[in-house]
Design a protein around this ligand. Structure first.
Ligand SMILES: O=C(O)CCC(=O)C(=O)O
Ligand SMILES: [Fe+2]
Length: 380
């Protein structure tokens, strides 16, 4: 048995408080740099911010549990996620995988709730909606009424509010990361002006499975996250999230009043690999269910961010291990479309170069990635 990893918990309050001193923000930046360069995964907290409160955790866990406890007659009516990059709605069991292994999880994916008429107005504007913008796919009203029955807080509003608060926390983190890279505090925020409208939250329900080799079934296949930052509320005591560190899979346990942060591939690539985008997976202990709420925070769709760290030579990033640059299509799909247009067959290094040179923008490339992990079928 390995001793538990000493993954730090960082109090990011100074990044969320505009009246904090530069010195305090710099202290947080140093802690972030340390955690990002050692593990790529760490916990964040802020004692007075509601998103880290036990009350908020209970509220979100309760809403999530109720959603996945719906009977199939209700579940079947929630629109399912569709191929094409834009991910909103119900993720059926087996409906996505980052590998050839079946992932025993169901999910619900939602994001920015456009004020009435705004989405339509945006669609009419020059340029219109990008490939990651669109309406949420909420359960129908009858199901929402059922979910709200006997509850103090409405399901939909609870989830919307949670998404926006996690995005606020991500914005604070951007400042700390900029400082950690010895850049002006607002450097990364410049590339994240419309992030809320394309980032999204995924509620997951992992089912127990017996195969403790995790070879025929898994919760989430070994992968790195593609984007900038992933912020995870991990409310269950049962272990599931694991980090590949020191050549072994090691548990990332749930810690009360924190969110787990994972660095993403794009952020790592932009720092020449200095900030780690960690390899991780989700497994089952064979007995218990697990729930998690993961916010995938992206930079702007049209972001073409240059290398942020000048003292790191280009090409040093671990581009071969980034899921972002790996072909994750099913074997069947690879066979069918060998003349793939979406970058699936391209060499990782050439995609990395294109992203860094601004030949490809972040959004267009990410849309093609979502197509790779979509799997036909899926069950309730
Ligand atoms: O459920 C979790 O804790 C993590 C899930 C994850 O890694 C992902 O969906 O990218
Ligand atoms: Fe992940």
């Amino acid at each position: 048995m390995l001793p538990p990893l000493e993954i730090p918990t960082i109090d990011i309050s100074p990044l969320l408080d505009s009246s904090s001193t530069v010195i305090r923000r710099q202290e947080v930046a140093i802690a972030l740099l340390n955690a990002f360069t050692t593990f790529g995964v760490f916990y964040i907290t802020s004692p007075t911010h509601p998103v880290f409160s036990t009350k908020k955790k209970d509220q979100i866990l309760d809403a999530t549990t109720r959603l996945f406890a719906l009977d199939n007659s209700h579940k079947a009516k929630i629109p399912k996620i569709q191929p094409g990059g834009f991910t909103r709605g119900y993720v059926p069991i087996g409906g996505e995988s980052g590998s050839t292994t079946k992932e025993l999880k169901e999910g619900f994916s939602y994001g920015y709730e456009w004020p009435p008429n705004e989405l339509e107005a945006k669609a009419q504007e020059d340029g219109g909606l990008n490939g990651l913008q669109g309406p949420n796919a909420w359960p129908e009203q009858e199901t929402l009424n059922h979910l709200d029955q006997g509850q103090k807080d409405a399901f939909k509003e609870t989830l919307q509010e949670f998404y926006l608060s996690v995005c606020e926390v991500a914005k604070g983190l951007l400042k700390g990361i900029s400082l950690a890279l010895a850049l002006p505090e607002d450097e990364l925020s410049k590339y994240c002006t419309t992030s809320e409208t394309i980032s999204f939250m995924r509620l997951f329900h992992y089912l127990p499975y017996a195969d403790q080799q995790h070879s025929s079934q898994i919760g989430s296949s070994a992968h790195t996250d593609w984007g900038f930052l992933t912020l995870i509320l991990s409310p269950c005591k049962t272990v599931g999230l694991q980090l590949f560190h020191d050549n072994a899979w090691q548990d990332v346990p749930s810690v009360e009043n924190t969110l787990v942060v994972n660095g993403g591939d794009y952020l790592s690539l932009l720092t020449g690999g200095k900030l780690i985008s960690p390899l991780h997976r989700v497994v089952s202990n064979g007995k218990e269910e697990r729930y998690s709420m993961c916010c995938f925070y992206y930079p702007d769709y049209d972001a073409k961010i240059p290398l942020l760290v000048q003292d790191e030579a280009r090409g040093q990033a671990a581009s071969g291990s980034y899921s972002l640059l790996r072909d994750q299509r099913s074997e069947e799909d690879k066979d069918v479309s060998s003349k793939d247009q979406n970058g699936g067959g391209q060499d990782a290094r050439s995609i990395a170069t294109k992203l860094l040179n601004g030949e490809v923008n972040f959004g267009d490339y990410i849309v093609s990635k979502w197509t790779q992990v979509f799997r036909k079928g899926g069950a309730y």
